[in-house]
Design a protein around this ligand. Sequence first.
Ligand SMILES: [Zn+2]
Length: 460
Amino acid sequence: MRSLAIMLSCCVATLFAASAPAQPRETEPPNPLIRKIADEISAKRIEANIRKLAGFGTRNTLSDTKSDTRGIGAARRWIKSELDTCAKETGGRLQVAFDEHLAPVSRRIPQPTPIVNVVATLPGAQAQSKDRIYVVSGHYDSMPSSPTDPEMDAPGANDDASGTAAVMELACVMSKHEFDATLVFMAVAGEEQGLIGARFWAERAKKEGRNIAGMITNDIIGNTKGFDGTVVKNRVRIFAEGVPAVNPLPDDIVAALRTGGENDLPTRQLARFIKSAAERHVAGMQVDLIYRRDRYLRGGDHIPFLESGYPAVRFTEPNENWRHQHQNVRVEDGVQLGDLPEFVDFEYTANVARVNAAALAALALGPAAPQQVEMENLRLENNTTLRWKANSEPDIAGYRIVWRETTSAFWQWSQDVGNMTRETIVGKSKDNFQFGVQAYDKHGNHSVVAYPKPYNPGRP
Ligand SMILES: [Zn+2]
């Protein structure tokens, strides 16, 4: 056995060593502009915004909308006015609006209730990219122990003033800069009533055929001390579904499953990209991929986007403390319960916002993932030939083929192939590796990876 293992490892090593032009991944230098954007995120402003949001007493979706100091109406008018102030500084490039609809009666909606998202849009500056949209959200509604109690205090400092404050900060910081693609910053309502605000937006986007190339929700990103007392300040979880939990599965996904692509669908590609961009630009933060739609018994605003066919992920702190989520504020057996600002680590929330900033900037500065990426599947052979359609952006500099062992979570090797639309990787069998293609531009920005479909006109 031992000699077999040595023999195998020797042969595997030889196989990899033979690929002289291939590079190990993660050797790209950080982009100074993305570093700068992440550095501009302020923990002080995030703290002030979380405290202000908690100060509305409750932001329950069913709570008062008339008062200027208490309830969800006051909260959303304040969020919009803050974003309007930031928009003014951009000369109107950041466009802020209420996005309102009436939710009919449902399990947690006892009477028809207006659901109002606050949406800030930063249109992309490149003609070929402005229809490519990245959405980042937090939910500004909150709940006490009962989701349908509109009167009880529900400060929701962590769930989800933390995500809302992060999104507000991202909107204000990122709108000072220009990106190729469009960024949409959303503070949504109705999350605790059943993901209603996000679902409304996602389903309308699908109906209108909008190209949501990626969606990130930030929900519960502020606590660093877990239920068991464990403190973790340098990690954040990103929940990323593999095969979409939709029935029936779209044909292109079934086709990808036939070639072992269950870990290479768009949401996992997005999550890999986010981890890579974030860890390259935010010192001391680790992004932990969780191969799961969400935590057990919980859900979030990325789910309606997933169900509308868009790649979408969720950020959440690594160690949750349920004493400070969905709890009436009270002391029980000497223990303070309730989602209060004193249990939020503002520096940590700012670091998660920096992770978002780095990921969103890298996505929106970079080109679109290549389209019509195909794996030539014409004969039995040990070479791998990929082909793809040329990107339309004017600043495209070339394409990169990436690959990894089929059991590896992350891309291990890559080869830049220049500005062409077909390339063969000699001596690397498509039977043994996962392959993908990225586009890159003249400024060194890369796209998300696209997974190839088999190409054989004779065998559809
Ligand atoms: Zn939440």
